[in-house]
Design a protein around this ligand. Sequence first.
Ligand SMILES: Nc1ncnc2c1ncn2[C@@H]1O[C@H](COP(=O)(O)OP(=O)(O)OP(=O)(O)O)[C@@H](O)[C@H]1O
Ligand SMILES: [Mg+2]
Length: 236
Amino acid sequence: MTAPTLTPAARPTAPAALRAEHLSRIYPSGDGQVQALAPFTHTFPPGLTAVVGPSGSGKSTLLNLLAGFDTPTTGHVLIGDTDLTALDEAARADVRLAHYGFVFQNHNLVSILTAQENVEFPLTLAGMPPRERQARARELLAQVGLEQRGGHLPSQLSGGEAQRVAIARALARDPGILLADEPTGNLDTRTGERILTLLQQSAGAGRTVVLITHDPDIAALADQRLHVRDGVVTPD
Ligand SMILES: Nc1ncnc2c1ncn2[C@@H]1O[C@H](COP(=O)(O)OP(=O)(O)OP(=O)(O)O)[C@@H](O)[C@H]1O
Ligand SMILES: [Mg+2]
């Protein structure tokens, strides 16, 4: 099984610098509080950054803040010159569509759409004409090695195949930033390595890829690592 290769067509059009400034998150917990993320400042360079740490350390909290899914207690998330944290939800959604792709532990594919239709979905939202988006989705599925699976529903795909469709969908709009929360968590080692290869290729194409993992062996293969422990983030 040869690893699929991302062609230059998958290169992002507008890489955007991702920066966290004094970013922190405190959650209420019973009568008290949990400091899920201590104040953290970092510029994410193009390439693959692994965020590694034990369960409950704050990895998803960080990713959700970087994505603008959650609002920080202090600090800012900057995409180029745009302060994500200063925007309302509608404007944040626009920034996400323009700059981000997401891959989650459970692929989150739409169960009633085929693999091909799932990859087309963000292109439909972007108003791309049917013929163009069908061709683009086919090309993306081929890049993740699934040109034969376009007509399958998610329930007819293996876990690794579904995750590769999710990556194709995440790359559909050529995002400059790809955020992945435990995308290899449910997969066997070989399949997980294949997903990692695709993320490395995405990063090699100039994207800023942030990969959350609790697996030090996977983190070791990234360009850089951020270690999270009890909400404190420390670079290598
Ligand atoms: N919405 C919330 N409300 C209250 N506490 C929360 C909330 N989300 C997360 N936490 C707490 O914040 C801490 C960090 O959680 P987080 O989900 O970021 O961990 P994680 O490193 O992603 O863990 P895992 O590897 O298990 O996914 C945990 O103590 C968790 O219980
Ligand atoms: Mg998590």
